[in-house]
Structures are given as structure tokens and as C-alpha cells.
Design a protein around this ligand. Structure first.
Ligand SMILES: Nc1ncnc2c1ncn2[C@@H]1O[C@H](COP(=O)(O)OP(=O)(O)OP(=O)(O)O)[C@@H](O)[C@H]1O
Ligand SMILES: [Mg+2]
Length: 262
């Protein structure tokens, strides 16, 4: 089976720090995948490697069967990305930037023009079409980055905290777009600390903690796994936040309990 995203013992080291430790992930095509973890867990480092923004130290990864290093161009053609650090060109307008991105993907001029207009309209950036990106607000930059990630109709979309700094109206609109993309068979790989959003949108979830994968499965599978260990007496379904804190936060709680006992 060809997965939309597959990693095999993927590792990234920064000096003495192992930021991503032997990551093995399989994401089937058409999945809305939530990639969770506390601050500094290794989420953005993983996304950067999967998008070709950062070289892996060892291991391998593929997008729709294309190796991200050996077949980088084939892989990159098929992905769209909203990275953690937005990389826009300050001295361009939104329309100029989208045109630039469209040309980089080798799209036809008329298609770029139509899609640029539609994207600016949809993201409510149309009224600021004369404004340079340097004068954009944070949320406007995020929406423009998302527009650039969508313009070439990618099959796999990587979103690193796409809802951060976005107003409620834009957030709802983005969620609706993501749902329609999913219906078209697009695979979406999302990191977000807003667990209610992940819970509502994602069918599959992985949790990375201290650079290691500690959970990977459907939401229901995670719920049943935890229910057996910690919540055997409770019949109700746990929220993703409870699952997350259970898996990631218990370390801290145990440490505190031990220091009390000493
Ligand atoms: N370029 C870099 N040089 C050195 N260390 C780095 C670099 N990039 C990331 N790290 C380190 O790697 C670890 C993982 O960082 P990463 O950005 O992947 O975390 P994250 O899960 O995305 O966290 P957050 O939720 O805060 O965005 C952190 O300890 C971070 O300090
Ligand atoms: Mg990050």
C-alpha cells in the first residue's frame, strides 16, 4: 500500500539534542491527521523534514511513495505547506506573492490569475490588495500563506499551527475549506495546540513527546487504550485533552508525587 505520508526510523539531531527520535509514521491517503505534542516535542522539526525544508539526520520518509530526498521534486509538487515560521516576501502584495508561487509551480497564467482572485476573496484579503505584505497583520500573513499552500491544488497539505492568530470567522472558513479538501481526497497533516479543533476535525492522531512517538491511531483507539489503563471505572468517552494530559502530563504528576514522598 502506498501511504500519503510514511516515515521510517526518521531522526533529526541538533548538536547533542535528538529532536526527532526514530519516528515511524504511516498516514493513509485521504486522512485528516492530527500530530500533537507539547512544546518542543519535535512536531515542527518533523514537518520541516517531510516538506524538504530540513534534512533528516538518518532514516527516510516518502510522500505518496516519493522519497523526500531522492525524489524531492516529485514529492514537493504534490504538497502544500503552512510552516511554523512564515516565509513571505515583504515587499510584494498578496496578489504578487500568489502569482510568484503559482509561477514557481509552473501553473498557467490564467489559472494563477483566477485562483489568486478567488483565494484573496475567500480569505478576506481582497480589500487590502494594494497593501505590501510587510504591512500585513499576523492573521493576514497566515491566511496568505494558507492561500499559497492551496493555489496548486496539492494532494497532501501540511499545516503547522494554522489557527494561531486567526480570527473566529476566518477560522470557521478555513475549517470548512479543509473539510471540502478532505472530501476531494486530500490528506491533511495538522499540528495544533487547540485540541477541540483537532478532536472535531481529525480522524487519526499521533502524539509525540520528548521527540518520541508515544501514541498513534484513530481517536477511538486512543480513547479505548487509555480507558483500559487509567479510566477503567469510567464508561464515558474521554476528550482528546484528557487523553493528551494522561499520556503526556502523567510524567510530571508522578515526579511531583515522588518529591512529596521523599
Ligand atoms: N534549528 C534548530 N537548532 C537547534 N535546536 C532546534 C532547532 N529547531 C528545533 N530545535 C529544538 O528541537 C526540539 C523540537 O523543536 P520543534 O520546533 O520541533 O518543537 P515543536 O513540537 O514544534 O514545539 P512547539 O509546539 O513549541 O512548536 C526543541 O528542543 C527545539 O529547541
Ligand atoms: Mg512547532
Amino acid at each position: 500500500m502506498t501511504y500519503a505520508i510514511e516515515t521510517l526510523n526518521l531522526v533529526r539531531v541538533f548538536g547533542d539534542l535528538v529532536a526527532v527520535d526514530n519516528l515511524n509514521l504511516k498516514v493513509a491517503a485521504g486522512t485528516f491527521f492530527g500530530f500533537l505534542g507539547p512544546n518542543g516535542a519535535g512536531k515542527s522539526t518533523t514537518i520541516k523534514m517531510l516538506c524538504g525544508l530540513l534534512k533528516s539526520t538518518s532514516g527516510s520518509a516518502s510522500i505518496l511513495g516519493y522519497d523526500i530526498e531522492k525524489q524531492a521534486e516529485e514529492a514537493k509538487k504534490r504538497i502544500g505547506v503552512v510552516p511554523e515560521e512564515l516565509a513571505l516576501f515583504d515587499r510584494l502584495t498578496g496578489a504578487e506573492y500568489l502569482t510568484f508561487v503559482g509561477r514557481m509551480y509552473g501553473m498557467r497564467k490564467e489559472v494563477i490569475r483566477t485562483r489568486t482572485e478567488e483565494l484573496l476573496e475567500l480569505m478576506a484579503l481582497h480589500d487590502d490588495r494594494k497593501k505590501l505584505i510587510v504591512d500585513y497583520s499576523l492573521g493576514m500573513k497566515k491566511k496568505l500563506t494558507l492561500s499559497a499552500a492551496l493555489i496548486h491544488d496539492p494532494q497532501v497539505l501540511f499545516l503547522d499551527e494554522p489557527f494561531e492568530g486567526i480570527d473566529a470567522i476566518a477560522s470557521r472558513m478555513i475549517k470548512d475549506i479543509l473539510k471540502s479538501l478532505l472530501q476531494r481526497g486530500v490528506t491533511i497533516f495538522l499540528t495544533s495546540h487547540i485540541l477541540e479543533i483537532v478532536e472535531r476535525l481529525c480522524s487519526d492522531v499521533a502524539i509525540i513527546h520528548k521527540s518520541k512517538l508515544i501514541a498513534h491511531g484513530t481517536l477511538e483507539e486512543l480513547q479505548s487504550g487509555i480507558a483500559l489503563k487509567e479510566h477503567a471505572e469510567s464508561n464515558r468517552t474521554m476528550t482528546l485533552e484528557e487523553i493528551f494530559i494522561n499520556l503526556v502530563g502523567t510524567d510530571e504528576i508522578h515526579k511531583r508525587t515522588l518529591s512529596w514522598l521523599e
